[in-house]
Design a protein around this ligand. Sequence first.
Ligand SMILES: Nc1ncnc2c1ncn2[C@@H]1O[C@H](COP(=O)(O)OP(=O)(O)OP(=O)(O)O)[C@@H](O)[C@H]1O
Length: 380
Amino acid sequence: MLDNRDNQISFTLSFNSQFCLSVDLRLPASGVTAIYGPSGCGKTSFLRVVAGLEPCPDATIIVGNQVWQQGTCVLATHKRSLAYIFQENALLEHLNAEQNLQYAIKRTNKKLKPNVYQEVISLLGIQSILSQPVESLSGGERQRVAIARALLVEPKLLLMDEPFSALDLQRKHEILAYLLKVKRRFSTPIIFVSHSIEEVSLLADYLVVMEQGTVAKQGATSELLAKHELSRYQDEEIGGTLQGFVSDILPEWKLNKIQLAAGAVYLPFQNSSSIDQPGYRLEINDAVRVRILAKDISVSLSYAEDNSILNKLAAQVIEIKLEEESASAYIQVQLLSDSENGNQQGAQLMAKITRYSLHKLSLKKGDRVWVQIKSAALLS
Ligand SMILES: Nc1ncnc2c1ncn2[C@@H]1O[C@H](COP(=O)(O)OP(=O)(O)OP(=O)(O)O)[C@@H](O)[C@H]1O
């Protein structure tokens, strides 16, 4: 649960009579917060106000114990302990990668903690490209250097504006994997802007949904996803985002065993996805999140031994959503999995099944069922 909400951001910004951005937020002091919403809802303007790049006379911006702005009392951008990663990273083209890093460190006038430099270089996998001129780097390499540079100034807040938008799908997954590593290793709070639910569900712990300059929803990403508050924003309905840890690695079967509160699930090594990039390997006890799409969850009344599905969790039907009965062949079944550990609550899941299946199983609220998970993605 996110209860340490230290960063306070509130302001109203009007560019003209057409657009007004009005926010009042307390955000977690650690982890990744996503600012999500459609084009033109004010995401970039939000970041710019936080960074002090957009003048806003009535803003209150407090980051940890530092007041960055309180009305007309404004701390200049260069005095704010922040790093900003743009859509197209702004590396200095006439320098090589290492010189870019050194330049940023020098400008902070701070002494870098021992080992941090080497650790950041190896975390982002940029040792071999340090001596290369920026102009010779690929889009993904540039973005990795930009992330390293941001970390090396040891900011109190890291802001990222659509950091994947200039990258192709493969590079995007690669950078996502590096950011997941950054998130694990560094406690620096990150606010990132995105209009992709996939990126948000992969990276963000806390989510702010914006619509037309206002905050439409906010909360822990996993809770908003579990309550299906975001279904109208996404192409694929998410059936659940579950927290767990790696309890076993089975190289002979190319599977990771993930222990969730609700039981264990086996997930394949992901050769083509972000998680299996060079330099990133899961280890026993690593904390991970697992995302399951609603269409990959099926429901059965008894424990079926004779099918190929590995992942089966005991659960109870909480609600059957029939509103769209006439509109679609599918309905949503909300489930609460049993918890193997009595102290923890089970996980909320949502299965998308046909109305015909519901009819054949005579499924109703309160029924005990087995949830079968056909496939799932390993997140962070
Ligand atoms: N300096 C400015 N002057 C006038 N209008 C502006 C200015 N900056 C942004 N706007 C307007 O404010 C609104 C919000 O813009 P903003 O760039 O913050 O949206 P966004 O959610 O980041 O959009 P996108 O996802 O397309 O980048 C838009 O209507 C934009 O045209």
